[in-house]
Design a protein around this ligand. Sequence first.
Ligand code: EPU
Length: 417
Amino acid sequence: MDAFLIEGGRKIGGEVKISGSKNASLPILAATLLTDDDVILKNAPDLSDVRTMLKLLSYIGKEIEKKDDSLIVKQGEKINTEAPYDLVKTMRASVLVLGAMIGKYHRARVSFPGGCAIGARPIDQHLKGFEALGVKIDIEEGYIVAGVKKLVGNRVVFDVPTVGGTENVLMAAVFSEGGAVLENAAMEPEVVDLANFLNSMGAKISGAGTPTIQVEGVKKLHGSDYSIIPDRIEAATYFIAGAMAGGEVVVDSLIPEHIEAVLKKADESGVDFSVEDSRIIVRGGRKLRGVQIKTQPYPGFPTDVQAQMMSMLTRAQGISVIVETIFENRFMHVNELNRMGANIKVEDRTAIINGVKKLKGAPVMASDLRASASLVLAGLVAEGVTKISRIYHLDRGYESMECKLNALGASVKRIKE
Ligand code: EPU
């Protein structure tokens, strides 16, 4: 297994280019199943989660070519409407092929994803949405078996705004007869990107980005040449890196409004930054203040930036409070940050961070993707060397993180353990 060795205390500076969004690429790749024509996807990031989705698409029957930073997805010879346990267990987002296969083939057999480190993460809302479209769902030996003769248009009302649920049901609904309306839908930019991609293939979807999405059913989707949005979570992570360890860091090729909630809290904390079109210039070195944060669905503060922000707040003056409302077990970085000298206490879903003057390097363990990122950020400013084990979590969602950080002047080495 790989680990990172980070020599802390170096000022970072320069420009970092943000890659394509992981959480937009995964549903968009699943949605390529909805057409038999070729699809060209530009700006797809090279990440282990994307490779897992490509493996799953090949298993189902697509052929994939890579050309520079584009993926070309073509229809293969055979179709196999199944997502086996081995692929789903390594990545929950594999369950997104369910909606696409129901839409295109009217049947699917997909392994139940089960829980994961950050929480139980049920998919009851996905299934409820499919059932509203007339799909019969059975659970057999750990698999979701779905079948439908004709997808009917209907009103789907989600009990909670779910990103994956909205995406999954949207993919099945594009072919529904009479059209469908999704209410209390997730408003995340990745949902909007999926809707834009589907529309580029001939779907008729409006309202994505609001709580009500309207789908006018169509008979067929054609191929597309589409560019995926930049990764707002990666952008926020490098922005926080600049605030903690800059120098002046230019975060380039992002959509700043996608991280407005993060920028608002950073501003409240005293971070020095300016926004220019698709770039943010952030300057470190300021004394930061403690702030209060509650994670919320978009456009609120993203749960996927909670751990990185906590890392920044470990050295802010005074007390910060972070309430995690989305996932019940997303504070696994706390003990590791405390091992590095932070002073954080957790009570249920609330973390209370008492600012300390400095962090110290220590051997720590990555537990999930965003927790790993928070440890890397802490390592950049800690005194001495930080060793982060189980970096494979980080490789799921950050493209060449050590290269990008080293190009900014950090010292991050990947070693084999
Ligand atoms: N929920 C239900 N029932 C459902 C679906 C969700 O109760 O059927 C609950 C969840 O338990 C959670 C809340 O609804 O409490 C929101 O979950 P959501 O379905 O929105 O999350 P997701 O689709 O499983 C995506 C991202 C996550 C990100 C969340 C929240 C992808 C592939 N994953 O997950 O990203 O944290 O939305 O924004 O898009 C990450 O990138 O590190 C990551 C975990």
